[in-house]
Design a binder for this molecule. Sequence first.
Ligand code: ADP
Ligand code: MG
Length: 827
Amino acid sequence: EEKKEDGKTVVHKKTDCQPAVFIPVDRRPEIQEARLKLPVLAEEQVIMEAVKENDCVVLCGETGSGKTTQVPQFLYEAGYASAGGMIGVTEPRRVAAVSMSHRVANEMNLSTGVVSYQIRYEGNVTKDTAIKFMTDGVLLKEIQKDFLLQKYSVIIIDEAHERSLYTDILIGLLSRIVALRNKKGLPMKLLIMSATLRVEDFTENKKLFRTPPPVIKVEARQFPVTVHFNKRTPMEDYVAEAFRKTCKIHRMLPPGGILVFLTGQAEVNYVCRRLRKAFPYRPNNIQHTAEDTSEELRKFKKQKLKKSVSLPRIDLDNYSALPVDEGDEDRQAGIDDDDEGSDLDLGDQPDDTGEKADPTIPLYVLPLYSLLAPEQQARVFRPPPPGARLCVVATNVAETSLTIPAIKYVVDCGRVKKRFYDRVTGVSSFKVNWTSQASANQRAGRAGRTEAGHCYRLYSSAVFSDFSQFSEAEITRRPVDDLVLQMKDLNIEKVVNFPFPTPPSSEALVSAEQLLISLGALEEPPRQGRMVDMERARLSCPITPLGRAMAAFPVAPRYAKMLALGCQQGCMPYIITVVAAMTVREIFVELDRPASSEEESSKLAGRKARFSQMKRLWAGQGQSLLLGDLMVMLGAVGACEFAGCTPNFCEENGLRYKAMLEIRRLRGQLTNAVNSVCSDAGVCVDNKMAPPTESQVVCLRQIVLAGLGDHLARRVQAEELLDPKWRNGYKTPLLDEPVFIHPSSALHKELPEFVVYQEIMETTKMYMRGVCAVQADWIPKLLPQYCHFSGPEQSPAPWYCTLSGNVKCQQQSTFFRVGWKLPAIEM
Ligand code: ADP
Ligand code: MG
């Protein structure tokens, strides 16, 4: 029984005082019992007193100690949600926001209308919402609408240790908002929650908090985890190594869940598939009880011995079943043992050679990554079927955001996949890299939550000692143009002076401001005057009306510029669709996985052929082909919507169903944003649209050029071809290396003279993705800021200045209400 008084909490103690503010929560007994085991419960009083006494409190506690699920409940019970504001909780990942809101609603026996979530495209917030889980980006948008965040009485910033970009910015902004609210007599509280003790960036930063906020540490009950290093570090085949190690653990070690850390969805699916093949599960038409397991297994093994018997499909709770074939090279691979077996503490167990290896208990394999459908994600929290061993193959999501119960063994590949940007050229690439010591230790910790556990690291201790101690804050690793625009829109002109927990580099800030100036979102700094004044003006350019319009669109500034230009010739629905498709990314299914049998490989080849045929169809011909990959996106979305956007259509035509749904939602959201920035834009939300006309396609290409102007590339001319490596290559202003049109691009064969691209990805070569052809004579019209105008007699003339003689210009027209001039567009 709990009683509370005026924000203070007395747990399990009867007191004489009647609670003044105490919102009772009616939890089910089994929930209450489970809560009491969570370490954070022991600190409830300390936490609530600190919150009462301070504007900002930092709470550190191991993953799984109950921070995310319990602290919002403490605040609710203490009356923070009834004081005329909500309790807001931000998460860096959508998965966590959704799944935690469900969990807390369930624990509190409240409806999802009271404990709700809001992520970019969806949410279930009602007027009764008391606790709102959201992604950090959602709260940032809300700050733009109401700087004081008057809807909230407390904001909890969860997972602050992840140092995600928006989380960092939110902490900077909230440090000011909280002070402002208190000054205005509208008190507000800020709670920063971290899974590591490394919080000095928040507490010791004088720019952020003049008096350091108190730090409360939750002592977690952690069982010892024995860490086993590999003797050697496998270089490339850590995926195969993870598979092998998991097989070995399952065959030889006592019961207990296995959690495998890999770096991406493809790896996770691949290992799941191989594990399911290596340890096929029983058919689902048998009701399992604890007793029948062994009997069933015996039957099952007998069946297996008869090689000719083909097993029925497995369907366990939608356990994505593969036809089980006995051909099993995978299995062989699995047991062709590692050459350093002794690092698994297997005592005197006989070394496994394969033939006799039949699992004595079934393995229940589940994938976990952020793009997985929510109902599939939720399965990891449920106990495995009786008698089976749970094995979750996961990406980084399982590191701190979600705690999977009953894990005893962790297999850690030691790597993490991150997007890397080249600050100067803007080239990005996904790179699998070593993780940090802090995150490797987090991963190991997952094994000791319910009993003593083991962590198998697929790398040597020497490599581990070379890991960086902590992961870098995201803000130092990526371009910040979107962020700078949002901050300018909040009238934070001098972004350099913002109290960032870790400030971005000044090069990153300078290049962001430059991009925004060239897009017309910021005023140009004076080109003359005293050096110091110019220097000062350079990093504090005020936002323009166009910039404000752009900031209202929840997309990157380059795309926002396209939306701001989209209101001509009825192009807006198409621009919205193209921008949505570029923002959602990865809309096409990549068939890059290796086939595990001949049959599968011919099936794969058939699918690949069909997918590229569809892409050619969507790209069309003539003008529309010149819109290139953006036309393919437009065609794909159009065709998919026309077919009712069914999973079936997507599956057959190589589209990612989830991406299509996201595009639909984003289209709706962008349409609303366009209509609200410009009340007479009058764009309707209609999922189905006719293909654009030829002249609309011309207009679309020009709009795309205006947005992607700094991503212009020119094909290398025959006379410039000094080095064969430049064959079919393109020149860009910032790179010395050639860039290429990707073979999967619609323009791969066309090789237009000028193109703009969505991004350059470095894989085997520098490849442009999202390519669209543009016409040379549009460039000086639409992008004078990038052109050096020189007379024809001057030579060599800059390459992108091909002014052709007679370009007709449309009259300058006024865009939107904000009075920004549309550049003259040639038709
Ligand atoms: P922290 O935020 O400190 O990492 P959490 O509050 O997320 O901890 O988790 C506390 C406990 O709640 C963990 O034991 C976790 O397994 C459990 N839990 C979280 N979500 C669910 C769920 N959906 N179903 C069952 N248990 C859950
Ligand atoms: Mg948490």
